[in-house]
Design a protein around this ligand. Structure first.
Ligand SMILES: *[C@@H]1O[C@H](CO)[C@@H](O)[C@H](O)[C@H]1NC(C)=O
Ligand SMILES: *[C@@H]1O[C@H](CO)[C@@H](O)[C@H](O)[C@H]1NC(C)=O
Length: 425
């Protein structure tokens, strides 16, 4: 037996006059987030495998959050025990899962009868659950070495609040890798095979400092793909698309050129960044689905904009494409900026951070609405002026339209805005 056990044994002798039960279990306690895990195992005489008993306690965060421990050295092919509680609920939710990679784990579909939840308890200050995994070493997707060291993982999200037991888990904001010596966890007696958490010591476990997939603040590189994605999308949606939406409605000399150059650059940035994130992800969450719909709409939006412009230059009237371009544009802007906020939320931004985003977002919507109304008034004034002069100028307008087919020199002439009742930008 290893030296940790000898130290432990002497400690036990001092603290308790007899402590075989204390010595034959392993326990890990973590500070941030707070949880404790204790493991024992026992030979199963009928199956020849080893039954593994797991006790997990966690101190819920202000919002509750979830905590998970598991066998394995990464999420892929691990066997995870997850606990959380819905708000104001009297019962703890337990879920035993595995994952195909660094993706949202899915509930176990095989060997579900080999896992039993022995006891759960929930209070304001503690979540408590005990599991048994029968003959676990014979079927667990991750390797369990009952004679020596096995890898364990833990993960938690301290910010998620569960409105119901069936809420989907959001990604962990803490995780770590442990090595537990199961040779020190054997129990001979039927009566004390279920481990009780003993204080907050760590016994028979080693914490492995990690830097493998860095999604904790400290381990994350300054230019991690997720951060770069966040910055690009914020610039594209909260910055460029917003500016592009305004310019076409402002009385600027080169409003049209500014509009299409800005919107095209923003679309290319958004499409590129979304494509990159999509290729490196392996599961679809709400944020990704919304993002996918938005960036696909960008292509339709560019096509509608182009068609509107070509038709407008030619016939000087609005078409169905004009209407589609306008409303699709507004929808993309609102949904895209909301998805920026959703992405920030999933990344675990603080309440202050989310509030700052919300204030900027609201300010953008208000100023956009203001510019739309101003633009509408201006257009109506211009229309009134035009009606008076319409008979004389009509042929002239068509001439200009014909000359401008090449797209040069159209700036400064209110091509997108002139005389149409539908104009409500
Ligand atoms: C052995 O495993 C079976 C399930 O495979 C379980 O029903 C039984 O209780 C286990 N035996 C002991 C002694 O725990
Ligand atoms: C498990 O790992 C620890 C620390 O690396 C070591 O001290 C211990 O001897 C190992 N146990 C076994 C059974 O290999």
């Amino acid at each position: 037996m290893g030296s940790p056990l000898r130290v432990l044994a002497s400690l036990c002798l001092v603290l308790f006059w007899a402590c075989p039960a204390f010595a034959s279990m392993i326990q890990y306690c973590n500070d941030e987030p707070q949880f404790c895990l204790a493991v024992t195992l026992q030979q199963n005489s009928t199956t020849d495998g080893h039954d593994v008993y797991v006790t997990l306690t966690a101190t819920p965060s202000e919002t509750g959050g979830w905590t998970s421990v598991g066998f394995g050295s990464g999420m892929k092919d691990s066997l995870m025990f997850i606990i959380y509680a819905a708000q104001d609920s009297e019962s703890l939710v337990t879920s035993v899962r595995t994952a195909e990679g660094h993706v949202l784990p899915t509930p176990l579909t095989e060997h579900t009868n080999d896992i039993q939840v022995l006891r759960t308890d929930v209070s304001e200050t503690q979540y408590f659950a005990q599991f048994v995994c029968y003959s676990c070493d014979t079927w667990s997707p991750s390797e369990i070495d009952v004679q020596g060291n096995s890898s364990f993982i833990y993960a938690a999200n301290t910010q998620q609040a569960f409105s119901s037991a069936s809420s989907s888990l959001t990604i962990h904001n803490h995780h770590g890798l442990l090595i537990g010596d199961l040779s020190a966890a054997w129990k001979a007696h039927k009566d004390d095979r279920i481990p009780e958490i003993q204080g907050t010591e760590t016994i028979g476990f080693n914490y492995l400092p990690h830097n493998h997939d860095g999604d904790e603040g400290e381990a994350e590189a300054l230019f991690s793909p997720v951060r770069v994605h966040g910055v690009i999308m914020t610039i594209a949606f909260m910055g460029l698309f917003f500016a592009g939406n305004l310019t076409i409605r402002l009385p600027l000399l080169r409003a049209f050129k500014y509009h299409w150059v800005i919107q095209l650059s923003a679309s290319i940035l958004a499409l590129g960044s979304a494509l990159y994130m999509f290729l490196r992800s392996s599961h679809l969450g709400t944020h990704k689905i919304i993002g996918l719909v938005v960036v696909c709409s960008l292509i339709a939006q560019a096509a509608a904009g182009y068609k509107h412009h070509i038709d407008f230059v030619r016939i000087r009237r609005k078409t169905i494409f004009s209407l589609a371009h306008r409303w699709l544009g507004r929808s993309i802007f609102v949904v895209g900026t909301l998805n920026v906020g959703l992405g920030m939320y999933y990344r675990g931004w603080s309440t202050m951070g989310m509030l700052a985003w919300f204030l900027i977002w609201s300010a953008e919507l208000v100023s956009f609405a203001y510019v739309v109304v101003q633009h509408q008034r201006r257009t109506m004034r211009e229309d009134r002026g035009k009606i008076l002069a319409s008979r004389d100028s009509e042929s002239e307008v068509f001439d200009i339209g014909d000359d401008l087919e090449d797209g040069e020199g159209i700036e400064g002439i209110p091509l997108m805005e002139s005389g149409d009742k539908h104009e409500a930008k």
